[in-house]
Design a binder for this molecule. Structure first.
Ligand SMILES: Cc1cc2nc3c(=O)[nH]c(=O)nc-3n(C[C@H](O)[C@H](O)[C@H](O)COP(=O)(O)OP(=O)(O)OC[C@H]3O[C@@H](n4cnc5c(N)ncnc54)[C@H](O)[C@@H]3O)c2cc1C
Ligand code: SF4
Length: 517
């Protein structure tokens, strides 16, 4: 069997590619490492680790993966639909700084170039303004007011079908060609997988429509190797079952390849292949990796009336300054897994001072700290403050023996101690009778965490400056593209899925038609 295009991974970049290439008459195959998930398959809470986390060695085949490196901890999505299964649905458009910085800045006037593709992306993902604010949004609004930014507060645009709560309707988006949808009931479970068929995950839009045009999707298989036969101008894509310990490799042929495995999937795979199968890849591979300059701080309240678990996962946003944004994130009731990984937030860069402060902290308010760690429902009481900045800071992925590691670069690097983020968290805590806690690795070793890892296959003028050109074509190999978070060439400073969708829409628009449908 020979395909026109094989797409590695079914996240935002992969799904857009699948639909647009199928519409252009190409024979397309998508290979996805994770499982197919349906509303009823998702875990009820994140305590069901087997269904929430992706840890195949332990037979956990869930929708979220946690990966820790020396300089960053990364959360990412796995499954048919990639990160859309686990994400918080939020679709903000980046500000001007994104288009005018990084390795892509000189290549185009990106703001006007991408503008029509952002419109298409918003439409395809079914973006709608969140119609209802709940406790975490109202408390963010309070914070915005207290810092003089009330006008910069707004409800989010989210990929959710609101309609009438719990009422099923025929496809409201694609003239009846899409699946039935159910109105959102604001249960807050978006990040453990929507059980209500209200979240517009990629299997309900791009992938659903692509399948109707003949696109094939193979789940639970991981691409391990891609070899290029220069004489025949064909790629041999080698893949293996990802959900069993023992399985034989299979090979499938294709004229083109789209790498859409997300930063961890694509950059890791290409770094491995550069050693042997794809030696012509740019030396910039693995460089300019960005974390959106992000901080995730859990503010746990002792206010008995507050219930942070209701509403869509991110219901509001405040632009705290021209470079920075703050969003309150929530899990649905009962999803308290994060509690066991949390340590008090300590604002101190020096390790020894940090540990001293950490040890002293419980004595400053012993009863309050005891209550924080023993609250009945951690999800109901914690508002996760997500702070993001479009200021530049990078790290590099590098090959270390048999695995990929990270190293710091010259200039600014991502940090667990972003002073503005800590200041805002403290102000929010004071307003809401809360204490701030963060993932233990941040307090202990200063490693920042991010749900928005980006870059590693950035755009450039030529092979010396980037891995791909302005139309996402990989330098050194014909008909090979990178379309996922790894192509992002500057810090968007906001949640990136909309930008990944828009840039992929643009890349696909540059590919010629095989035959008109
Ligand atoms: C908890 C959480 C909340 C988030 N909330 C938001 C939000 O509100 N808004 C937002 O914009 N972003 C959010 N994000 C980030 C968003 O999910 C990612 O930026 C986005 O999914 C990246 O898209 P992508 O195209 O790079 O690929 P991904 O969506 O990461 O998909 C890549 C897919 O490729 C598969 N894959 C990888 N390697 C291989 C291989 N070798 N063979 C086969 N398959 C492979 C993976 O299993 C995965 O399914 C969130 C992320 C997390 C973890
Ligand atoms: S709030 Fe609940 S019903 Fe609404 S999209 Fe999220 S998970 Fe689905």
């Amino acid at each position: 069997m020979e395909y026109d295009y094989i797409i590695v991974g079914s996240g935002f970049g992969g799904s857009v590619s699948a639909l647009r290439l199928s519409q252009k008459g190409y024979k397309v195959l998508v290979i996805e490492k994770g499982k197919w998930y349906d509303g009823k398959d998702f875990p009820k809470t994140n305590w069901n680790l087997r269904k929430w986390l992706w840890l195949p060695k332990f037979k956990f085949f869930g929708i979220m993966k946690m990966t820790y490196f020396r300089h960053v901890g990364i959360l990412s999505g796995v499954g048919v639909g990639g990160g859309s299964l686990v994400y918080a649905n939020t679709l903000p458009k980046p500000k001007n700084n994104f288009y005018t910085t990084g390795s892509w800045a000189e290549l185009k006037d990106w703001e006007s170039e991408l503008s029509p593709y952002y419109d298409v992306a918003l439409k395809m993902l079914g973006a709608a303004r969140n119609p209802k604010l709940f406790d975490s949004d109202l408390n963010l609004q309070k914070l915005a007011k207290s810092i003089g930014k009330e006008k910069a507060f707004s409800p989010t645009d989210v990929a959710v079908f609101f309609g009438t709560p719990n009422k099923e309707v025929d496809d409201p988006y694609f003239n009846g060609k899409g699946p039935k949808r159910v109105g959102c009931n604001h249960c807050g479970k978006c990040m453990t997988g929507c059980p209500n068929n209200s979240k517009n995950t990629l299997d309900k839009n791009y992938l659903y429509l692509a399948q109707q045009l003949g696109c094939e999707i193979i789940a639970e298989h991981e691409v391990k190797d891609i070899q290029y036969n220069e004489k025949e101008k064909i790629y041999n894509v080698i893949y293996k079952k990802s959900t069993s310990y023992f399985s034989k490799s299979k090979t499938v042929k294709s004229r083109g390849v789209v790498l859409s495995g997300g930063v961890l999937g694509t950059v890791r795979l290409l770094m491995k292949l550069k050693k042997k199968s794809l030696p012509n890849l740019s030396d910039r591979l693995g460089e300019f990796v960005r974390t959106n300059n992000e901080a995730l701080i859990f503010n746990v309240t002792l206010d008995p009336k507050t219930d942070y678990s209701k509403g869509v996962a991110i219901g509001s946003i405040v632009d705290v300054d021209e470079n920075s944004h703050l969003e309150p994130v929530r899990y649905g009731k009962g999803s308290g897994f994060w509690r066991i990984l949390m340590w008090p937030m300590v604002t101190e860069k020096n390790f020894f001072l940090r540990i001293l402060k950490l040890l002293a902290l419980p004595f400053t308010a012993p009863i309050q700290w005891f209550k924080i760690y023993t609250v009945k429902d951690f999800a109901k009481k914690s508002s996760i403050l997500l702070f993001m900045q479009d200021l530049d800071s990078t790290i590099t992925f590098k090959k270390k023996w048999f695995r990929i590691g990270t190293k710091v670069t010259k200039g600014k690097n991502p940090s667990a101690f972003i002073p503005e983020a800590h200041e805002l968290a403290k102000k929010h805590a004071a307003l809401t009778n809360a204490k701030s806690v963060v993932v233990a690795s941040e307090t202990l070793s200063g490693i920042p965490s991010t749900a928005h890892i980006l870059g590693g296959c950035v755009m450039g003028k030529n092979k010396d400056e980037g891995v791909i050109d302005e139309n996402n074509n990989v330098f050194g190999y014909p008909n090979m593209l990178v379309c996922d978070g790894s192509m992002i060439s500057a810090n968007p400073g906001v949640n990136p899925s909309l930008s990944i969708t828009a840039i992929t829409e643009r890349a696909m628009s540059k590919i010629g038609v095989k035959y008109e449908r």
